[in-house]
Design a protein around this ligand. Structure first.
Ligand code: PMP
Length: 295
């Protein structure tokens, strides 16, 4: 699904057939989860293939590496160029790009000597599909911001996401919504969260979440077109019986939520601000001229 016999990937200065690439089983990333990564999308726009917010994504990758003491030596420009080359070599237009920085053999709990840069790409539909999703409040909370850098995209953090998604699927939900350590709503396992009530959107502030690039894009769109958004902490009870809700993320894009804990949102998805934002976001990534007919 992620590669076939023709797929080419980038690894430490080389372009390799995906099937032949090898990494050391002694990597500290494999044993202790100390690696950092990104999830980026490219879109075929009217002016050609464009990686959406490449700079922001590679900046976050550099930030995450710094926070985890991983000596990533590439520049933002070098990584952006590699990402475009990767798309070209794989003849990909609409694609998901996955850079991963993994580390050298190190069985101790000290910073790694060396970082390896791996980058691959594949065609990937919306993470949560095209329909609205049914969500449950997870019994797992997001990591405590004093136990790690929650704002960094670190490999090991995703064990928490896997547990939450697995629990939700086992209970016949599509996705989980995780609270923060104080019991306020935080985010999904791989996306940020918004809800709508009386024509106002609410989203958790930074501090206990991965401050998503899609989240900030959506906030910018709201500002531009005059949708009121409050960044504040709230509880699941505030979300239950609200008008609507949605997840935002690079992989999920804007995904409507039909219900939380089996309580349906009041408005039909098509009548929510989230639905308008879903179309406006699509227009933004495709570099299209936006008209008010979306609203
Ligand atoms: N929260 C988590 C935990 C995520 O993994 C992601 C995906 N990177 C997001 C939020 C959304 O971030 P972005 O919009 O930058 O993809």
């Amino acid at each position: 699904m992620y590669y076939n016999e023709h797929s080419i990937l980038y690894l430490d200065g080389q372009w390799l057939k995906a099937e032949t690439a090898q990494i050391s089983p002694y990597s500290q990333t494999l044993h202790y989860g100390n690696g950092v990564f990104e999830g980026i999308r490219a879109y075929l726009t009217t002016s050609g293939v464009r990686i959406f917010k490449a700079e922001e994504h590679f900046e976050r990758l550099l930030y995450s590496a710094r926070k985890m003491h991983i000596p990533l030596t590439y520049t933002l420009e070098e990584m952006t160029e590699l990402a475009y080359l990767l798309l070209e070599k794989n003849e990909l237009e609409d694609a998901y790009i996955r850079p991963l920085v993994y580390t050298s053999p190190n069985m101790s709990l000290t910073p790694p000597d060396k970082a390896h840069l791996f980058m691959c790409a594949w065609k990937w539909g919306k993470l949560l599909g095209d329909k609205t999703v049914d969500v449950m409040t997870s019994s797992f909370c997001r990591p405590h911001p004093k136990s790690c850098f929650v704002e960094a995209k670190v490999v090991g953090h995703y064990t928490n996401s896997i547990l939450a998604t697995t629990e939700a699927k086992a209970k016949n939900f599509d996705e989980a919504l995780l609270l923060d350590v104080d019991g306020y709503v935080a985010e999904g396992p791989g996306a940020n969260f918004f809800y709508e009530k009386d024509d106002v959107l609410y989203t958790p502030p930074t501090g206990n979440i991965l401050p998503g690039i899609t989240r900030s894009t959506v906030l910018q769109i709201c500002k531009r077109i005059g949708i009121r958004v409050e960044e504040k902490r709230f509880r699941t009870e505030d979300v239950h019986h609200a008008d609507g809700a949605f997840f935002v993320g690079t992989a999920a894009e804007v995904t409507g939520i039909a219900s939380l804990d089996r309580i349906p949102f009041r408005k039909k998805w098509e009548n929510t601000l989230g639905h308008s934002l879903q179309m406006l976001y699509k227009a933004e990534v495709l570099n299209e001229v936006v008209t008010n007919s979306y609203l």
